[in-house]
Design a protein around this ligand. Structure first.
Ligand code: ZN
Length: 172
């Protein structure tokens, strides 16, 4: 067994004591509590509704942007298959500067066959999203559902290419 003693150097950075290390982990990667989650933010992949955009493609694209892994917590394919990519209180990478107080959910699509923004949700996607979002809203009682474009200062004008409040009004 290796005896670790402080101060120690981790990845070129000197860590003075255990307390400092724990503080770094907590403030860097994870949100503090369920009350930290103030928004459930919906995104679309901004891909055409007749094209596949797989988890592998999404991972490749997010890694190319310098992310460790997929920036969203959940991704919902057109066939309704849901995948999770971040732990629930893990800080995501999907909507600066709200990553420390939100959960990111993305659905595949958002553009029609011509490439114009449109509500392209399939019945399977809608059903799975509604179930997922309602669970998240129960789990995080302080959180509100928002589309990416509804967040202050957001750059994309169309994402998620639908009106969250009306599409998911049944669970709000
Ligand atoms: Zn977005």
């Amino acid at each position: 067994m290796i005896q670790e003693t402080f101060p120690m150097t981790v990845g070129g950075e000197e860590v003075l004591n255990e307390r400092e290390l724990l503080t770094g982990v907590e403030s860097g990667l994870m949100m503090d509590s369920t009350d930290s989650v103030r928004y459930i933010i919906l995104h679309c992949s901004a891909t055409r509704c007749n094209c596949d955009y797989t988890v592998e493609q999404l991972l490749r694209d997010h890694r190319a942007r310098g992310f460790r892994t997929i920036g969203y917590h959940f991704y919902v394919r057109r066939d309704g298959v849901v995948s999770q990519h971040r732990r629930l209180l893990e800080v995501g990478a999907h909507c600066r500067p709200f990553n420390r107080c939100s959960i990111g959910v993305c659905y595949e699509g958002g553009l029609d066959t011509e490439g114009h923004p449109a509500d392209t949700l399939t019945p399977e996607q809608f059903e799975q999203l509604e179930q997922l979002l309602s669970r998240l809203l129960k789990l995080f009682p302080v959180a509100q559902l928002r589309g990416h474009r509804d967040m202050p200062g957001s750059v994309p004008k169309a994402c998620p290419c639908l009106d969250c409040q009306s599409v998911f009004q049944a669970i709000l």
